[in-house]
Design a protein around this ligand. Sequence first.
Ligand code: PEP
Length: 240
Amino acid sequence: MARTRLVAGNWKMHGSRETIRALLDAIVAVVDAAGAQCAICPPFPYLAQVAERLRGTAIAWGAQNVAEHAQGAYTGEVSAAMLAEFGCRYVIVGHSERRQLYGETDAQVAAKFAAARKAGLTPILCVGETLAERDAGRTTEVVARQLGAVAFTAGVVAYEPVWAIGTGRNATPEQAQEVHAFLRERLPRDTPILYGGSVKPQNAAAIFAMPDVDGGLIGGASLVAADFLAILRAAAGAKR
Ligand code: PEP
């Protein structure tokens, strides 16, 4: 059976009601023809707006973060069950910005992953090395540690080299393939493995053509409808 091809947009902390309305209108108008699965992960306050607009379409939505706890005195946190109650399908866990800026540890990421699974969400687990780690030849050691911390039974993995996120410097298709193949050996057979890090319409087709790349987690380019749709088409049409 062919693995699911998925393109997920991580909008990070961008957007307003108006820009999101326009972006969704542009995406919804053509996405059903695109062929690969598509998901959008907006900031928390816009989840309801996005869920409402996407109802009845083939586009799923997800959150960018989730609490590792089920409920309780955790001011500012949002539980997986709360997200699930509103029809959320995906949740990003372990994004490098969460790890680096908010000090999320492997153990916390593992707890978030488990909480998401327990609530029936599909976690998108992000792993990836810094430039210093790559230069030191430690890429596989780092991603193996990040993956190994998680009790991975099912979900999606996104290989996101930290040095490629938001920098305009994407991993080459060969660099991505090498790490994806390494991850593939350590994951259940049908796990979609996405690449993330400066994916643009210009480089998407070559990256998605790699045998172990099943789609992308897209940051900056997911905020531009034409770019996101072009990337989605590249994923749907990739030959490998
Ligand atoms: C991301 O935020 O996960 C990401 C891959 O960002 P960008 O596409 O902008 O590099």
